[in-house]
Design a protein around this ligand. Structure first.
Ligand code: PLP
Length: 264
């Protein structure tokens, strides 16, 4: 909450509106409750209300903390902002009363937004992520600590130190996890965030080279987590034989969604 207040203070100083990416709002509120002094006895719903009191609105990918399988929304504090966005909604989504999401999905979102505030749910969900993190740490797989609310991030640079950045260690690890055990992770490293310097043409690499193991909520059991950890361990045991990759196709923007690779 201190960070949110800090952002709000700077934004106010420069007259910039604050919009939350609210995809993980309830998980974030849970972390505030767990970690921030003064919030330990507050209800998650009250923490959420305070968080949003510092914002002018939010974007929401409802597949996350609205606990639904599809959809999203924009929310605004000021009516004028809402009305401006509504004008743009017509060409992109259709008019408010008939475009976009079906009524059934809107109803599911409305319920999900309340259900996600249940602390037992949040403890179970975030506890499962923590459990996977502890299994991976126990078998020496390097991960980002502390674990987050929705997934565990594996440090591919440390796990595959023989691969240079231009051979995409995190993407190579993602491929190996799938081949080893059918485990689908996502690269968040040199492919997702690297680029060529427009002036020098040199590769510019992000500091981190991670694989995100995102855990869908209410799908997997802890036995599945055991399986994922075993798969990681098996790849770790043959790490030095993992081969690097080169890009053979990339889109001009957001290349990681559609890039194609070959082994080096
Ligand atoms: C915080 C956050 N915002 C946005 C997104 C992306 O949502 P979408 O795929 O609906 O664009 C994600 C996906 O993981 C996320 O974690």
């Amino acid at each position: 909450m201190e960070n949110i207040k800090g952002v709000k203070g700077i934004a106010d100083k420069y007259n910039i509106p604050v919009f939350f990416d609210a995809a993980r709002f309830a998980e974030n509120a849970y972390f505030i409750k767990q970690l921030e002094p003064g919030f330990e006895d507050k209800a998650i719903g009250d923490i959420v209300k305070e968080m949003f009191s510092y914002g002018d609105g939010c974007t929401m990918s409802a597949k996350k903390d609205a606990l639904v399988n599809i959809g999203g929304f924009l929310a605004f504090r000021k009516k004028e902002d809402y009305e401006k966005a509504l004008e743009w909604q017509i060409p992109f989504e259709g008019f408010a009363t008939y475009g976009g999401l079906a009524g059934r999905d809107l109803e599911a979102i409305a319920r999900g937004l309340r259900e996600v505030l249940d602390e037992y749910y949040l403890e179970d969900r975030i506890g499962q992520v923590r459990y996977l993190g502890s299994l991976l740490s126990a078998c020496g797989v390097p991960i980002v600590k502390p674990t987050g609310g929705h997934g565990v991030y594996v440090d591919a640079k440390s796990l595959l130190p023989h691969l240079p950045r231009n051979q995409f260690p995190a993407q190579a690890l993602t491929v190996e996890l799938y081949l080893e055990g059918g485990v689908r992770g996502v690269e968040l490293g040199g492919c997702a965030f690297g680029h060529k310097d427009p002036e020098t043409g040199e590769d510019v690499w992000p500091e981190l080279e991670l694989v995100r193991l995102t855990i869908p909520r209410r799908v997997y059991t802890d036995r599945h987590m055991d399986y994922v950890a075993r798969t990681l361990r098996a790849v770790k045991e043959r790490a030095s034989s993992v081969r690097g990759l080169k890009i053979v196709h990339e889109a001009p923007v957001l290349r990681h969604f559609t890039a194609k690779f070959e082994r080096v």
